[in-house]
Structure formats: structure tokens, C-alpha cells
Ligand binder design. Structure first.
Ligand code: CTP
Ligand code: CA
Length: 225
């Protein structure tokens, strides 16, 4: 099933990818984060690059590294920086794939000094972050292809299709957490891809590199018909 090899199908196409978690600062030493490893986004970046695309990877903090110098890597920490770096590049790209696990909320204020331990409970007020995928969907041109991810624990197909529509994406990759070897931190993933024509493509459990190949295979079919 792997299409993870060199090709020319995406020669010259500009691709923007997000990967990893975001870290939202609470104070100078603490943050709110999540378990995203960045593996899926990094695999996508390399697979696009190997098909001739010009790749820009905007990543939150991860342990991953890129083995190709030709991939532009932009390291950010929080959701606001990821939003700014993505939106300034979106107009000039042909394909955008949002695989990052962006924080939905960020501390309303960041304490200047380390917060001292005091009472038995503490409340940290959080404010909603900007939705990068949705913002891209709102300004997307007909010649741009926008791909999102969805992570669900229940009603997964309905929620994934809902995100496809509400964010005006062309494709949504649904991560299934039902498989014991899929999701955060694993090298393998189990996904179903939904598109705007009502099609869905279930992909068998496979390495994140092979899944990246499958996603790109579908994208190439959409672009070249
Ligand atoms: N996303 C984004 N910016 C955000 C939040 C999410 O770009 N601030 C993108 C993710 O990268 C993913 C898609 O939106 O491609 C769906 O993310 P997900 O967390 O599954 O959905 P949400 O819309 O955030 O809704 P919820 O977490 O409540 O399910
Ligand atoms: Ca979310």
C-alpha cells in the first residue's frame, strides 16, 4: 500500500503543514500541552517533499527531526504563533494540511513570575485560541486544497464530517483511537479520510509514513483528477 517513494506528481506545488502539539504558557516555567508526538506531520512533510513539493512545516515542540534540508522548518511554541506563521503563508500555498494538535484554549494571562503554591485549589482562566484550519477555510480559493485532521472518542464519523463542513476543508483525516496501536506516540495509525463528495476511505492500520503516503495519494488524485 505504500506510496512513500520519490515521484514528480507534486513538482513545484507549495505545501504548508502543521505538526505537533502547542504549549500554552501559564507562567515562566509551566504550560498546558498535549500528547501529540508530531510523527504524522513530519511523515507528511517528508512524503510531500519526496513527490517534488516545496514544503513548509510549522511545528510545535516535538522530538522529531527532518532528514531533508530542502524542507523549510518553522518551530513555534504556542497556538498564537502557529496561527500567525500559518496565515502569513497560506495565500501563497497550493495545499495545506493541518495535522497539529493545536490547543483550543490558552491562559488568559501569563503570570510574569512563577506562581507560588498556596491554597488547596487554583483556578486558571483560559481563553479560546483562533482556529487555524477554520480561518484558512474562510479565505480558501478554488485552486487551494485544504486538509484537516480530527481526533474523536465518540460519534467519530459524524463529528469528522461536521468539521469538514464547518471548517470548509476539502478533506478530513479522522484518527481512530479505538485501535490499540493508533494515535498519540505510536508509529502506527488508523485513519479514515472523508472528502466533500461524501466519499470515505478507510485505511488499514499502518505506519504513519505509509498513512502519509495514502493521504498524498488521494491528494494527487484530487489535483490531477
Ligand atoms: N485546528 C486548528 N486550530 C485550532 C484548533 C484545531 O487548526 N485552534 C485544526 C486541527 O489541526 C485539525 C482540525 O482543526 O486539523 C480539527 O481539530 P480537532 O481538535 O479535532 O477539532 P476542534 O475543531 O478543535 O474541536 P474539538 O477539539 O472540540 O473536537
Ligand atoms: Ca481541538
Amino acid at each position: 500500500i505504500t506510496h512513500f517513494f520519490r515521484g514528480t506528481a507534486l513538482n513545484g506545488k507549495k505545501v504548508l503543514i502543521t505538526a505537533g502539539p502547542t504549549y500554552e504558557a501559564i507562567d515562566p516555567v509551566r504550560f498546558i500541552g498535549n500528547h501529540s508526538s508530531g510523527k504524522m506531520g513530519f511523515a507528511l512533510a517528508e512524503a510531500f517533499y519526496l513527490q517534488g513539493a516545496k514544503v513548509c512545516l510549522v511545528t510545535g515542540p516535538t522530538a522529531q527531526s527532518i532528514q531533508y534540508k530542502g524542507i523549510e522548518l518553522i518551530a513555534v511554541t504556542d497556538a498564537a504563533a502557529m496561527y500567525n506563521n500559518c496565515m502569513s503563508r497560506f495565500t501563497s500555498c497550493d495545499i495545506a494540511v493541518m495535522s497539529a494538535a493545536v490547543a483550543d484554549y490558552t491562559p488568559t494571562v501569563v503570570a510574569d513570575e512563577k506562581i507560588k503554591k498556596a491554597g488547596e485549589a487554583i483556578v486558571i482562566e483560559l481563553t479560546k485560541t483562533k482556529d487555524i484550519l477554520k480561518a484558512m477555510g474562510a479565505v480558501k480559493r478554488d485552486n487551494q486544497l485544504l486538509v484537516g485532521f480530527a481526533l474523536e472518542t465518540n460519534n467519530e464519523n459524524a463529528y469528522a464530517i461536521g468539521k469538514l463542513e464547518s471548517k470548509n476543508a476539502d478533506m478530513i483525516v479522522l484518527n481512530s483511537l479505538r485501535d490499540a496501536n493508533a494515535g498519540f506516540g505510536f508509529d502506527t495509525n488508523k485513519v479514515t479520510i472523508f472528502d466533500r463528495n461524501g466519499n470515505n476511505y478507510p485505511i488499514a492500520l499502518a505506519s504513519k509514513k505509509d498513512i502519509a503516503g495514502e493521504i498524498i495519494h488521494l491528494i494527487i488524485n484530487k489535483i490531477h483528477g
